[in-house]
Write a protein that binds this ligand. Structure first.
Ligand SMILES: [Zn+2]
Length: 113
C-alpha cells in the first residue's frame, strides 16, 4: 500500500488517487502530486559583505573606495546608499548615489545599515 500525501489545502489524510491526480474528499481539492512547488525557482539570495540578507529598499554603506566606471570620481568608503534595488548580474545592486547619479554596485562591497 502506498502512502498518499496529505491534502495541501486542508491537510486531510483521506486523499485518494484518481488517474494521475490526487483528490481530497474533504475540501474537493484536486492536484497532480509532485508538481506542487517543483517548478518554483529558487529565489536568489543577496548578501552583503557580512553575509546579511539584502532586500530591495535597503540602505547600505560602501565598505571600500569604489572607482566610478568611465570617470575619475570615487565613491568613498562609508558612503550611504539609500533604497537599493537588487538585480541579477555581475553588479547586483542598482541604486542612485547623491552626487553621482544612477550606479551599479556589488553586494560584496556594501554593508547593510
Ligand atoms: Zn483537502
Amino acid at each position: 500500500m502506498t502512502t498518499l500525501p496529505n491534502c495541501p489545502k486542508c491537510n486531510s489524510e483521506y486523499t485518494y488517487e484518481d488517474g494521475n491526480q490526487l483528490v481530497c474528499p474533504e475540501c474537493a481539492y484536486e492536484w497532480v502530486p509532485g508538481v506542487e512547488g517543483a517548478e518554483q525557482e529558487e529565489e536568489k539570495v543577496f548578501k552583503d559583505a557580512n553575509g546579511n540578507m539584502l532586500q530591495d529598499g535597503d540602505t547600505v554603506t560602501v565598505i571600500k573606495d569604489l572607482k566610478v566606471k568611465g570617470s575619475s570620481s570615487v565613491v568613498k568608503m562609508g558612503t550611504k546608499v539609500k533604497n537599493i534595488r537588487l538585480v541579477d548580474g555581475d553588479h547586483d545592486i542598482d541604486c542612485k548615489i547623491d552626487g553621482f547619479g544612477p550606479m551599479q554596485l556589488k553586494t560584496e562591497f556594501v554593508k547593510k545599515i
